[in-house]
Design a protein around this ligand. Structure first.
Ligand code: GLA
Ligand code: GLA
Length: 663
């Protein structure tokens, strides 16, 4: 990642802007209202291909020139999108074959967005041409501050089964394995006699038969690579015309696994950027936001990242679209900044009257500028101005790393498992929540990241792991660190083959245990541990080889056998959790492990208060966000940049309030 120049001098604030949907007088009003709110960056042109190229091969940038000039006059910088998420209808008419096909061979219908097969050479040619014309045209324009490649690549077109995709998948597999014998060995095609005789026989795995898990995992990798190919092609063209402008694309990082492998894409971004939408009915949506932020930081090597989209109110794609609770707009926006974002951007600036998302919230709602949303947005603009000195600082004092790998999630959902219900991130999210509640900051890292400098490494449900990454975890423990590995980790290798000799495979020796058999529990079942804790959903029948038993199973089929173990390893220790503990029990385990590893919270806080520190060599800022309905407090000293008030020793935090303390 070559860290490009940040697009704005202060924290970036704004959103997606689609002036092509509005008459001139509305656009003029937008400029005044953007200035009133403190907007300094907007994303322009995401869906504007048809405006730039109204007919095949006829280019017209008059509208764009006018918009860039107008925004520039108003002091607003532009994150300019390549319009490749929005295929013009004339292109669908000329080339219906570019539409992606589902697993039944049915093409998507034209009319939405991202209506193209990631491997289509026809689409690549047309998209390369518009990107080239666009980048050549705007090069040197002072309003253009960065590039936004396409939009949410893979959002709707990530898994294509058309003939071209099939051919490209065969080529990808050939390149990866070299010989058909190697493919058969890697995927274990001897099972059910599915052995291939030639690369010609390989197809994209579809839901129409029970495919081989190795083949399914490789199809996910291939699909991610195909979309990355589009990003690279566009970036290369852009870089020829505007070599100094940073280039990114908006990720959709959540809990994972994601639609593409963002951690493996991140090094190709000049700034890593995310779109994050909370799910209203999730009572822990602020923690979901924190988890995504911690993942983004893990992908940016700790450098500031960009929040490119979130919602000012409700989304519109859920069954029931809950809006933000009072104060949540501010808490969510500053929650992203607390975790390392140097921007607060929305989808979108002005709510659309028409189109699929006509009821999606916006910074400027249908009600207009005399609205609570817009007045909150103006207040937020003021807050970002007041805290602008945090820009460029990094989240600091992080002592806990959590390992995450999209491939582990993809492997978990490929083929049949002892329980087919868990999603990969279940364990990660539960543990992250325990730490979040204790104001302990976590870097959620790609599984291959360097671990030096951390005190505790958490390995939650890392189903797939390479020998090398597992070895790094063991070396971390030997060097004095504390490791926690949880159930269903280390089970398969990178080709999705089970590691034999006992579970948890790659981590068995480090942990000093041998788990022989999984004992999932029925839906309403739970078992007790001999220290009073409870487990649901998952238990194991295991023995210790070289570890101490922290707690054993006291009821159920594996009663009398170890459930949680700890092994002293070199100067450190390695804990194994073989059960899916309930929330209270997991919290108590977290307390034990935090004590064992001497990990400290960012600050002492009352229940429900989020605390994260950002600092530079010369400054330190403590973000405090009270997510609870009760008044709270934090032990901290300094000036609250939002209010200007000085605090000594203790900051009072009214229910729902936020403080940013310059320490
Ligand atoms: C059936 C099949 C076996 C195996 C088992 C277990 O009995 O004949 O090949 O698939 O189910 O699923
Ligand atoms: C995504 C897209 C936006 C918009 C929003 C809201 O993040 O990038 O164009 O559709 O979702 O639904």
């Amino acid at each position: 990642m070559t860290m490009g120049v940040w697009p704005t001098s202060g924290l970036s604030f704004g959103g997606d802007y689609s002036p092509e949907q509005w008459p001139r007088e509305v656009v003029i009003e937008d400029m005044a209202l953007m200035r009133e709110a403190g907007v300094n960056l907007i994303t322009l042109g995401v869906f504007s291909w048809i405006v730039h190229e109204p007919r095949e091969g006829q280019f017209d940038f008059t509208w764009l020139d006018g918009m860039l000039d107008l925004l520039h006059e108003n002091g607003i910088r532009v994150d300019l999108a390549t319009p490749t998420a929005a295929v013009p209808m004339w292109l669908h008419r000329l080339h219906p074959e570019i539409l992606p096909q589902d697993e039944f061979g049915h093409p998507l219908a034209p009319g939405g967005r991202l209506g193209w097969c990631p491997s289509s050479p026809v689409f690549r040619e047309y998209s390369a041409r518009i990107v080239d014309k666009l980048a050549a045209h705007v090069a040197g324009h002072p309003a253009v501050a960065m590039w936004h490649v396409s939009n949410e690549l893979g959002g709707g077109n990530a898994r294509c089964h058309c003939r071209v995709s099939n051919d490209c998948f065969k080529a990808w597999v050939t390149h990866r394995y070299g010989s058909i014998e190697a493919v058969n060995a890697a995927w274990g095609m001897a099972f059910w006699g599915n052995t291939y005789s030639s690369f010609e026989e390989i197809t994209t795995p579809s839901g129409r038969t029970a495919h081989n898990p190795g083949q399914m995992l490789d199809f996910e990798r291939f699909s991610s690579d195909a979309l990355l190919g589009q990003y690279r092609a566009e970036k290369e063209i852009i870089a020829r015309h505007t070599p100094d402008l940073p280039v990114t694309t908006n990720f959709m990082v959540g809990l994972g696994p994601d639609v593409v492998d963002y951690a493996r894409w991140a090094p190709e971004m000049d700034i890593v950027a995310n779109d994050h939408y909370t799910y209203g009915p999730d009572p822990l949506r602020h923690q979901d936001l924190a988890f995504a932020g911690d993942r983004m930081r893990g992908m940016s090597d700790g450098a500031p990242w960009m929040l490119l989209e979130h919602a000012a109110g409700s989304a519109s794609w859920h069954q029931i679209n809950l809006s933000k609770k009072p104060g949540e707009r501010i808490r969510h926006a500053l929650g992203h900044v607390a975790r390392g974002s140097d921007s607060v951007m929305y989808f979108q600036w002005r709510a659309s009257r028409s189109g699929t998302e006509q009821f999606h919230s916006a910074m400027l709602p249908h009600a207009g500028a005399s609205s609570r949303i817009f007045s909150d947005i103006c207040a937020l603009g003021g807050h970002l101005e007041r805290i602008s000195e945090v820009k460029g600082t990094r989240v600091a004092g992080v002592q806990v790393a959590m390992l995450h790998d999209n491939e582990a999630g993809w492997a978990l959902r490929s083929g049949l498992k002892p329980i087919n219900s868990p999603s990969y991130a279940d364990s990660a999210r539960a543990l992250h929540n325990c730490l979040f509640e204790r104001a302990v900051t976590v870097d959620v890292l790609p599984a291959w990241s360097p671990l030096g400098g951390y005190k505790l490494v958490v390995v939650p449900g890392l189903f797939l792991v390479s020998d090398e990454n597992a070895r790094a975890v063991a070396e971390f423990a030997e060097a004095g660190g504390t490791v926690l590995v949880t159930w269903f980790s280390g089970i398969v290798d990178p080709v999705n083959t089970v590691r034999t000799g006992g579970f948890p495979g790659a981590f068995r020796e480090l942990l000093g245990v041998t788990s022989e058999e999984f004992y999932p529990l029925d839906v309403d079942e739970s078992v007790e541990l001999d220290n009073g804790w409870r487990a649901k959903r998952w238990t194991e029948f295991m023995r210790t080889d070289a570890a101490d038993v922290v707690a054993g199973y006291a009821s159920g089929d594996v009663a009398g056998h170890p459930a949680i173990t700890r092994r002293t390893v070199g100067a450190g220790s390695a804990w194994y959790l073989s059960a899916d503990l309930d929330e209270a029990s997991l919290g108590e385990l977290a307390d034990l492990i935090l004590a064992d590893s001497a990990v400290r919270p960012a600050a002492l806080v009352s229940r429900g208060v989020e605390a994260v520190r950002r600092s530079s060599e010369s400054s330190s800022y403590l973000f405090l966000i009270n997510h609870s309905d009760d008044d709270g407090w934090a032990q901290a000293s300094g000036v609250d940049l939002l209010t200007g008030l000085a605090h000594v020793g203790r900051v009072e935090l009214e229910a729902g309030s936020v403080a940013v303390i310059r320490e």
